[in-house]
Design a protein around this ligand. Sequence first.
Ligand code: ZN
Length: 406
Amino acid sequence: MPATERLYYNDSHLIEFEARVVDVTERVSGWTAVVLDRTAFYPTGGGQPSDTGVLNGSRVVECIDDGDNGVLHIMQGATPARGENVKGRIDWARRLDHMQQHTGQHILSQAFVTLFNAPTRSFRVSEQSCEIDVDLAHPSNEVIERAVELANNVIWEDRAIAIRNVTKEEAAELPVRKESTREGELRLIEIDGFDLTPCGGTHAYRTGEVGIVAVRSWERAKGLVRIEFVAGGRALADYRRANKSVREIAALFSAGRDDAAHLAAQMLEENKELHRRVRMLEEAAAGDEAEKLFNETSPLKDGTRVIAKVFDGRDNDSLKKLAHALIAKPKTIALLGSRDGDTARLVFARSVDALGDMSSLMRDACALVEGRGGGKPEMAQGGGKNVDKLPDALTHVVTSVSDPNG
Ligand SMILES: [Zn+2]
């Protein structure tokens, strides 16, 4: 079977073509693979996703490079028969997007080599983003932006991009950016006066077609620097998204876009300060409350005060603050409960000079409110789902603390 003539090799801007069907095979899940004698469809490979489009009006959803067997056009719906002549049309918007990303990658990779002698080890163009893994010794925003600057200058100089077919021996004499593992004739992509590299992908006619290259983010990964970038139309789409996000944030402050980051940072700082003040006020309030409860409670014979109370709607944190304030006083045991919605909450604590195992009391109380809890001899917390049993649970533990032998 003859290999498919790859029309995209010679003309990356060929959108429509005519061809003859040389093979049709059924694939799994009812899809069909069509092989043509010639095609403008670029198959998935070399870090670039495949083209999509139509053959005689039916959708080509993916193209796969099957080596010597040619290019497989994976189709849905009505498919042409073997021997039939067909009209093919690739989705130009998708092809242009891929060319912008892919050619942009050539330019950005060479920019890192030119400025920092930093080669690109791998690259990927996916549906959303593009990545290159660069062997860059000292990455920083400034260093990466210098490469972006050079890449965009090369784009705006609108340099010609040529395809040169050479032998492996000829290629060895040329300053190619990366070695090729292919045998036989090599296809070199030459960006006039800037970059020469072997590649089988689809490229812009001139660098200007790439439009712009911008870096979204970068991180260190496996000893390399992984750089996420966007080119051409994707860069515009990305700018629109970024601009929208920042303008929405700025609108919350009734401020201009470029003040948003500063104002957000300021607000977080103020928020931290407010939290600190709220904590202080809560502690002060808990101190006053503890004072009042302490004074209201008569001591037992041994001088210990047992302060037991069920509150409504207090959370764990609030109970704990009060417990801490109470046990700052001498010979005090705090047995606190709260009906917090449909949850019964319990916090037991004692001052260092009081007696009793709060953890063991907590286990007893939690059994009554049908829940779980525990802690240390001086402080324990817990809860359960039987809110109605909360007063009984407290009465039970109050009895056992007040009369340890009872
Ligand atoms: Zn390429």
